[in-house]
Structures are given as structure tokens and as C-alpha cells.
Write a protein that binds this ligand. Structure first.
Ligand SMILES: Nc1ncnc2c1ncn2[C@@H]1O[C@H](COP(=O)(O)OP(=O)(O)OP(=O)(O)O)[C@@H](O)[C@H]1O
Length: 540
């Protein structure tokens, strides 16, 4: 067999083994080179079509160089830098949104994420195998801002956002960061558009913010904006109860609490900064406190250690005797009942006014009232009042804002009655779900892994999405509190809200009885006569 001309089909046998050697075609060198050139040109063309901006920039740069030489590059660069600097100086947020963010994102996409994408996806367990091929999630886009990189990732067919959420910590470390959060929907709300061209922008937003079930958004914290102290927010003259700014978000924007028709639970281990959440809230309500739009009823079972400094702002304050605390809660229930009677049939949700203010019952360390109180009778009384306030108070403007260290059901049986929850640093992983709801820790709320410096840092659940967000609450110092107490004292008659209970005049609406058809006797005549007859057997 050896020495036969090549290019023929040759068979040979060795015992019963038959070997087929396929015919080999030998292409001339020029055809190989031409094929390669065509292939790479096709790829380049496809890339140019997919990246029109980059292609346009390169073409423009080449044209400028050919036409004007080096000055053709230097002059536009200097002009662009000057324009950019002025833009940033005048309006930094739009500069980030429209110029720096997209440019930085494109740069980091190529030089940071694409470089390690395959390795990161495989080692985080997000690569799949199909048809003996390795299939990876696809990195579609990177958008950067001052603090975050938001990666838009197309999932492999069959994957869900939960799979990404489960490995969010791995993803963060895979890309050399400490924190990552995974969102099933595009983070952030569409901006409100006003003015002439608003309808066009609204159409664009409809496309940008459309529901895309095939993609997932991974936000990686590049610069931890929460490492530095958050100064107290300015106090608005009239608080907007739908957006009370209390904290700073990871993307440096303020996080605002929606306080209308909701109760708020703050869970956090000792010294985690629960006080700063409560004081941040008291502070932004200051304007309303002074004008009489808000009444703060404060219960401080720690003997006034936390709240006594702000006493002038509070319409009611109980800190020493548990009896007084139980009375305060009972009175809140009385206000609630009065409002229910007055507003029934008129409105479904109470709107705070100066004549009919929002009552916010602030309870620090709630477990002291619900679990650790020795007096069983008093504990039951308090539990009864709290149960009524939490289940019926939101709609009539009697709200409860409570802080506690231990979120177990035995300690706080009404945990589920708080629609808004905030988790600061906690001691156990299981407590995170107890405070924020099932699955919150899996979705990235690692409140049990707070570093020691992270006082006042916590996780909140954003309105309308199940995804947790990391925020840092403003730090209100003792001096700030003294200043607030001086500037925003409650009106002299603030504690007198119960006087309005005297206004209660309406009685329960009475339902008129409907005329009934006379019904026939149910007992047979013989028995009826027997029952109706007195001793002598005469019918009555
Ligand atoms: N937002 C914040 N920023 C920076 N430091 C804070 C912040 N909040 C609290 N701290 C600091 O953390 C420490 C504990 O705060 P704080 O007393 O509010 O915690 P706490 O959870 O209310 O504690 P406790 O359970 O004992 O009531 C304090 O030294 C305070 O200065």
C-alpha cells in the first residue's frame, strides 16, 4: 500500500480491519489566502454594522487625519474636552447620563467585562451545555454612572433571573467587586417627560423600558458610595408623604420612603443604626410637625435614652412607665376608631390636613413591649392595641413605625402586618428573610454580612419590585436633634388630638328590617296546642 499516489481512496486490511483514507484536496495557496481575506472582511463588515458609532468615529478620525494632519485630531479633541467640562460643570447628572456613562460603559464592557466573561460565567455556574456546545449568557451592554456598572445580560434559553440572583456575590467577586445586585427588570423608573418634545421621548422610553423577559440586569458597585457618612437631608416645609428622603442609594440618588397608608418596620442588630432611620424620618417630617400636619407619638422603652432629646417635637411621649405606653397605644386606637366612624362612607384613605393630622406612632425597641414585658396583662393589652393599629390604622392615617432587634415571630407576632420593611445589619442569615420577606436574601439582601463600618446601612425593598436595594440612612447627630427640636416644636395643642374624639357624633348606620312574609308554624298543631296550653290544657 505504501508508495501509492496520494488523492486516491485507499483501503487496506490488517486481519479483519479495513482502513479508509479519505481523498485529500490540495488548494492552491492563493485560494486559501483569498478565503481568509473574504472571511475576515465579512466579519469586519458585520462588526461595523453592529457598531455604527464606533465605526463612524474611526472613519471620521481617519478623514480628519487625511485632510488636516495632526491638527485635525488635536483641535476637535480640545474643543470636545472643553464642551464636556462645561457640560459637567453645569449639569453633572445629564453629563453622566448622556456622555460619560455610555462612554465609560462601552470602555469597561470591552476592557473589563468581555475579557473575563467566559471564565466568570463558567466559574459562577451560569454556563450551560447544549448539543455538546458550551452556551454562555451574552453581555449585551454596560451602562456606567458615578458609582455603578449596570450590565444587561441575555440569559441562556431556560435560565431565570433567580439563578443569577443566587450567585450575585460570586458575580461581584468574579469581577473584582464587593457588591452586586441582580434585577429581573430594568432598575429605575422611566423619567417624567415634560415640554415640547416630550411625546417623542415618551415613545423612546416606552421602548427602552419595555418588558424584556429574556434579559437580566446585574448592577456592580464600582465605588461604594455608602462608605461615607450621609449628612441629614434638608427639611421640607411641607413633607411629601409619598417621597420622604431618608437615605442615599448606591447610585448616589436619594432613597425616599412612601409613608402614606403604610406601617414601617426597621429590623437591625444592636448598634446597627436603627436610631438613624427613626431620626431621619422624624427630621423630614419636621416641617409637618411644626405646622400641625403630622403628630408624632413616641414610645421609647429605653427610658428616653434615644428620643428624650427631641421631646419638643412630639405630641405624645412615653418612656418611663409601661402603663403610660399602653395608655398611649390605647389612645391611638381611640383616634383610629373615631376616624373610622367619621370617614366611613366618605373616603377610603385618609388625607392628612392640619385639622385632621397624620398620626405617626414611633416605637423604638418594640420587643420590650411585645415580648420582654413581665406584666402579662399589660403585655396582652399592648398586643391588642398594636394589632388593631397595624391591621386598621394605615387607611385612617394612624401609622406605626417600629424598630426592633430580633425579628422572630415569638418576639413580634405582627411582623407580617408591616407593609414596608427595612433591614439594617442583622446577626443571622435567616433573619434577613424574616424582616424583608421570603427570598430577599437570595435576591441579594446580605444584611447579615454587614462590615463593622456600615452603621446605618441597610436594605430596602423598592416599590413595585421584589428586588432589594442597599442604602445608607442619614446620620442625625445630637446637635442636629437639638436644633430640630428648637426649630420644629409641635404646636401647643398637639397633644390634644383626643379632643377630636369628642367630635364623634355619628352612630353606627342602622339597617332597616325588611318586611317578612308571615311564615307558617313549624310544629304540628297537636304539639303547638300542647305547648301553648297552660296547666289546665286550655289553649292560651
Ligand atoms: N447613619 C449612620 N451613619 C453613621 N453612623 C451611624 C449611623 N447611624 C448610627 N451610627 C452610629 O452607630 C452607632 C449605633 O447607632 P444607634 O444607637 O442608632 O444604633 P441602634 O441600632 O439604635 O442601637 P441600639 O440597638 O442600642 O438602640 C452610634 O455610634 C452612631 O453614631
Amino acid at each position: 500500500m505504501i508508495g501509492r499516489p496520494r488523492g486516491e481512496v485507499v483501503t487496506t486490511s490488517a486481519g479483519d480491519l479495513i482502513v479508509f483514507r479519505p481523498r485529500r484536496f490540495e488548494l492552491p495557496m492563493w485560494a486559501v489566502v483569498l478565503g481568509l481575506v473574504l472571511r475576515w472582511s465579512g466579519r469586519l463588515l458585520w462588526w461595523c454594522l453592529r457598531h455604527p458609532v464606533a465605526t463612524g468615529a474611526v472613519v471620521l478620525a481617519l478623514w480628519l487625519y487625511v485632510e488636516f494632519g495632526w491638527p485635525g485630531w488635536v483641535v476637535p479633541l480640545v474643543v470636545a474636552s472643553a464642551v464636556s467640562a462645561v457640560w459637567r460643570w453645569r449639569d453633572e447628572s445629564s453629563w453622566w447620563a448622556w456622555l460619560a456613562g455610555p462612554l465609560l460603559g462601552a470602555f469597561r464592557r470591552v476592557f473589563v467585562y468581555r475579557r473575563v466573561w467566559r471564565e466568570a460565567m463558567t466559574l459562577c455556574g451560569l454556563a450551560e451545555t447544549f448539543d455538546r456546545r458550551h452556551v454562555l449568557p451574552e453581555l449585551l451592554r454596560v451602562r456606567s454612572d458615578q458609582a455603578l456598572d449596570v450590565l444587561t445580560v441575555r440569559m441562556v434559553r431556560g435560565q431565570t433571573p433567580e439563578q443569577f440572583q443566587r450567585v450575585s456575590a460570586n458575580l461581584a467577586y468574579a469581577f473584582g467587586r464587593r457588591h452586586a445586585r441582580v434585577y429581573a427588570e430594568r432598575p429605575g423608573d422611566p423619567p417624567t417627560r415634560t415640554g415640547r418634545g416630550a411625546w417623542v421621548l415618551r415613545l423612546v422610553d416606552r421602548v427602552r423600558y419595555r418588558d424584556r423577559p429574556t434579559v437580566v440586569y446585574v448592577a456592580l458597585v464600582r465605588t461604594d458610595a455608602l462608605r461615607t457618612l450621609v449628612p441629614p437631608f434638608p427639611v421640607p416645609a411641607v413633607p411629601d408623604f409619598t417621597a420622604l428622603p431618608l437615605a442615599r442609594r448606591e447610585d448616589l440618588r436619594p432613597w425616599s420612603l412612601h409613608l402614606l397608608a403604610t406601617h414601617v418596620l426597621v429590623g437591625g442588630a444592636t448598634r446597627s443604626g436603627k436610631g438613624s432611620v427613626l431620626w431621619s424620618l422624624v427630621r423630614v417630617l419636621g416641617g409637618g410637625v411644626a405646622s400641625g400636619l403630622v403628630r408624632l407619638w413616641v414610645v421609647d422603652p429605653k427610658g428616653g435614652m434615644e428620643f428624650a432629646l427631641g421631646r419638643p417635637m412630639f405630641a405624645r411621649f412615653a418612656c418611663k412607665s409601661f402603663e403610660a405606653m399602653a395608655d398611649l397605644l390605647d389612645e391611638a386606637v381611640t383616634v383610629l376608631r373615631e376616624r373610622q366612624t367619621r370617614l366611613a362612607g366618605t373616603v377610603r384613605v385618609h388625607t392628612p390636613t392640619e385639622a385632621d393630622p397624620l398620626v405617626v406612632v414611633v416605637v423604638d425597641e418594640m420587643a420590650a413591649l411585645t415580648a420582654y414585658l413581665q406584666d402579662v396583662e399589660l403585655r396582652k393589652r399592648i398586643a391588642g392595641s398594636l394589632g388593631v393599629l397595624l391591621s386598621q390604622g394605615a387607611g385612617v392615617g394612624v401609622l406605626v413605625v417600629a424598630a426592633l432587634q430580633d425579628p422572630r415571630k415569638e418576639v413580634l407576632p405582627f411582623r407580617d402586618l408591616f407593609p414596608t420593611r427595612i433591614a439594617l445589619g442583622l446577626t443571622e442569615a435567616s433573619q434577613v428573610d424574616m424582616v424583608l420577606g421570603d427570598g430577599a436574601r437570595n435576591r441579594g439582601a446580605l444584611a447579615d454580612q454587614m462590615p463593622r463600618w456600615a452603621k446605618g446601612v441597610g436594605y430596602v425593598i423598592l416599590d413595585g419590585t421584589p428586588d432589594p436595594m442597599r442604602v445608607r440612612f442619614s446620620y442625625v447627630s445630637d446637635d442636629d436633634i437639638r436644633d430640630m427640636a428648637q426649630r420644629f416644636p409641635a404646636p401647643a395643642d398637639a397633644s390634644d388630638i383626643l379632643a377630636q374624639v369628642g367630635r364623634e357624633t355619628a352612630t353606627e348606620p342602622v339597617r332597616l328590617p325588611l318586611p317578612r312574609k308571615p311564615s307558617g308554624p313549624l310544629l304540628p298543631d297537636v304539639l303547638r296546642n300542647l305547648l301553648d296550653s297552660d296547666g289546665g290544657g286550655e289553649p292560651r
